[in-house]
Design a protein around this ligand. Structure first.
Ligand code: SF4
Ligand code: SF4
Length: 365
């Protein structure tokens, strides 16, 4: 009978698929399953803690912990031991690499936070804080990064520790990092993106063996790549005057090497947001270009990000996101207040810019 019951339950679960995360319901705290879709209200008793109250009268507290994202077995065991001992054994990851631990009693919240802090993990990231920086996959999972995005995140979050554990910003601040110029970066209040500054260097000996030349030619957004015969072998050539150094040819053809320790830089963009609250979604705009990609602590990037954040904190009105603030004061004033130099690199003079200037986050032509 018990076996039949298990078989029925297994059948009802979502079947395994090749990729993607498993069904989250099976890992949820029992109180969350019981009250699923029936929450009356929620509030934040302190930074880093969410409190949800259900129509049934049940209450649940969620403690948000910042992690360094790339967790090894030691860190995972340490965190799971804390969650088992001080929490109730239920945890989930947010898309910004925080862990959220659910408990059914307020009395458990204090000791849980203390245990995380003692182990060196901060609790925060809620409300008007600088939430954990999201990043693309970097060297760990992807084959085309120009920098290790998670390294930039770790070193910057160390600098912004106080802003993570407190809620003292005018509104929430989402920071993102992206390790190439073309794929999975998002719109952030402040975004740190790789910036290539020279055309790809082609290894002609390898192109014929590794690349499908027509698909590489088709990849280039400005039609700068042509098939060519070099040293008697089929290869490719780049019209360097046309090339905008985007790096789109590198993923389908690694011999078109664009990453470079000196010429792959970092750029900072501000004012992007996906939310519809108070103002429409916005695209981010370039404010600092050509910053050195300087591991392991990226001090030049940290200095610019902190300068923008302190100016925003001082000058913005309550509830203004970074983009709302800049829209109100105007871009000239933004550069004046932050002291960042306005250079020719801030002008979008690419011939396709007519389209990008007409675009919104909702409709792209
Ligand atoms: S941003 Fe680019 S390099 Fe980074 S993980 Fe995404 S596709 Fe790979
Ligand atoms: S870097 Fe971009 S613009 Fe330059 S050749 Fe490659 S795909 Fe074209």
């Amino acid at each position: 009978m018990a076996q039949a019951q298990v078989a029925v339950e297994k059948k009802q679960m979502r079947p395994p698929i090749e990729s993607g995360c498993p069904d989250g319901m099976q890992y949820m705290h029992p109180l969350m399953i019981k009250n699923f879709g029936n929450w009356k209200y929620h509030d934040r008793p302190r930074p880093g803690v969410l409190h949800h109250v259900a129509y049934s009268g049940d209450e649940i507290w969620t403690v948000r912990v910042g992690t360094q994202r790339q967790l090894g077995p030691y860190e995972i065991n340490l965190l799971c031991d804390i969650i088992d001992q001080y929490g109730e054994g239920y945890v989930r990851f947010t898309i910004r690499s925080n862990m959220e631990v659910m408990v059914s009693k307020w009395e458990k919240v204090g000791p849980l936070i203390q245990a995380f802090n003692d182990a060196g993990y901060p609790v925060g990231g809620t409300g008007n804080s600088v939430t954990m920086i999201s990043h693309t996959q970097g060297w760990l999972h992807c084959d085309i990064p120009g920098t290790d995005a998670s390294g930039v995140v770790k070193s910057l979050m160390d600098e912004l520790y106080e802003e993570f554990i407190k809620e003292e910003m005018p509104n929430r601040v989402h920071i993102t990092t992206s390790c190439c110029q073309i794929n999975c970066g998002g719109q952030g209040d402040i975004a740190i993106n790789v910036q290539h500054t020279k055309p790809p260097k082609i290894n002609h000996d390898l192109v014929a063996n590794v690349c499908e030349r027509p698909s590489v030619v088709a990849r280039c957004p400005v039609a700068a790549i042509r098939p060519a015969i070099v040293n008697g072998k089929p290869s490719l050539e780049v019209d360097e005057k046309k090339c905008i150094c985007c790096g789109a040819c590198y993923p389908p053809c690694p011999p078109m090497q664009i990453n470079d320790p000196v010429h792959s830089k970092l750029a900072i963009w501000v004012g992007g947001k996906n939310s519809n609250a108070r103002s429409k979604p916005m695209f981010q705009k370039l404010v600092a270009a050509g910053l050195p990609n300087n591991p392991p602590r990226w001090p030049e990037v940290a200095a610019v990000v902190k300068k923008i954040l302190t100016t925003y904190k001082k000058d913005a009105r309550d509830w203004e996101r970074v983009g709302d603030w800049v829209e109100r004061i105007g871009w000239p004033r933004f550069f004046e207040l932050t002291g960042l130099p306005f250079t020719k690199f801030h002008i979008d003079n690419w011939r396709g810019a007519r389209n990008s200037l007409n675009a919104s986050a909702h409709i792209r032509f």
